[in-house]
Design a protein around this ligand. Structure first.
Ligand SMILES: [Zn+2]
Length: 127
């Protein structure tokens, strides 16, 4: 499953980030997912639950935010957001359909992670 492979590397990156920032527990991660990347949000949530079943990532919330397609026309260089989420969309200015550059919509990246550091975790334990 495409989503499982992708999220597997995401959890690795998150684990490294958490270590760097001294986070002991993850509470929420926000992912940006371009429409053209073709990741299905339901499948991502399922993969996330399987991958974070235990450990410091366990129980963390996964938010997936969609990045709509943005193109730059190969002919007139006008940037536009196509109505249909495809690369071969008709340019609203000159009508060109081919040769557009994809400015956004293909990317998948971690927008933010939120968690607790050692101090917060200790404070909670004391209270
Ligand atoms: Zn154009």
């Amino acid at each position: 499953m495409h989503e499982m492979t992708m999220l597997s590397s995401v959890t690795q990156i998150i684990a490294e980030e958490m270590e760097q920032h001294g986070l002991v527990r993850l509470s929420r991660v926000t992912l940006k997912s371009g429409t053209l990347a073709g990741l299905v949000p339901e499948a991502m949530r399922f993969a996330w639950e399987v991958l974070t079943d235990s450990g410091p990532l366990g129980g963390a919330e996964l938010c997936v935010e969609n990045v709509p397609v943005r193109l730059r026309c190969g002919d007139c260089f006008r940037e536009f957001a196509p109505e249909e989420q495809v690369v071969f969309a008709v340019c609203p200015v000159c009508g060109q359909e081919l040769g557009h550059k994809v400015l956004a919509g293909r990317e998948v990246y971690i927008e933010s992670i939120e968690g607790e550091d050692h101090c917060a975790a200790k404070g909670e334990a004391a209270a």
